[in-house]
Design a protein around this ligand. Structure first.
Ligand SMILES: [Zn+2]
Ligand SMILES: [Zn+2]
Length: 187
């Protein structure tokens, strides 16, 4: 069975060199839906608690919220970093508190201190699904990701591998020692 959770991501981006309006900087509220597949854990009668899926996903995805997302070769990138530098907010601001980790993968580099994500590929809805799967595939049994943003939407199914041991008391994934990091249950 699947547990399904959705959340909003507010972001600005553009499609550099795209022949259309989207080559201009603009913003969206994107809706990301993650479907996690596994057996139903009998103790809690759930596949996985949805708020825990959100917590796990948000730990990395908050980098994209209220962020500017630009491709690595976009000339707006040095221009914007210059403005942030001159304004004194390039390396952070006291009001920028909702920061994620400074993640770097083959697909993205996050600069949480100035709410910027630099991508290898254009950040389309399809591109976002590739990024999200890459960030979360080892943390969640992801069966499907859907991302909608304005009139654009994309979805992708993924093969899941095996079942994860979950806590019969609170449903979250047990650590490598069979212990629940949340409630202290031990297998
Ligand atoms: Zn757009
Ligand atoms: Zn537990």
């Amino acid at each position: 069975m699947r547990s399904i959770t959705s959340f909003d991501i507010q972001y600005a981006h553009r499609f550099y060199r795209f022949q259309g309006e989207a080559q201009y900087l603009h913003g969206h509220t994107g809706v990301l839906t993650i479907e996690v597949e596994d057996s139903v854990e009998p103790g809690v009668n759930m596949v996985f608690p949805c708020n825990e899926i959100q917590k796990t996903a948000w730990a990395v995805l908050k980098n994209f919220d209220h962020a500017l997302i630009l491709r690595e070769d976009d000339p707006l990138l040095p221009a914007i970093l210059n403005v942030y530098e001159e304004q004194g907010i390039r390396n952070g601001a006291p009001t920028n508190t909702m920061k994620g980790e400074a993640i770097k993968t083959d697909l993205i580099t996050c600069y949480p201190e100035c709410r910027l994500v630099v991508t290898k590929e254009t950040m389309t809805v399809e591109g976002m699904i590739k990024i999200v799967y890459d960030l979360l595939k080892d943390k969640l049994n992801i069966a499907k990701i859907t991302f909608t943003s304005g009139v654009n939407a994309a979805t992708q199914e993924f093969a899941t591998h095996g079942s994860k041991d979950r806590c019969p008391l609170c449903g979250i994934m047990l650590d490598e020692h069979g212990a629940c990091p949340k409630c202290g249950y031990h297998k």
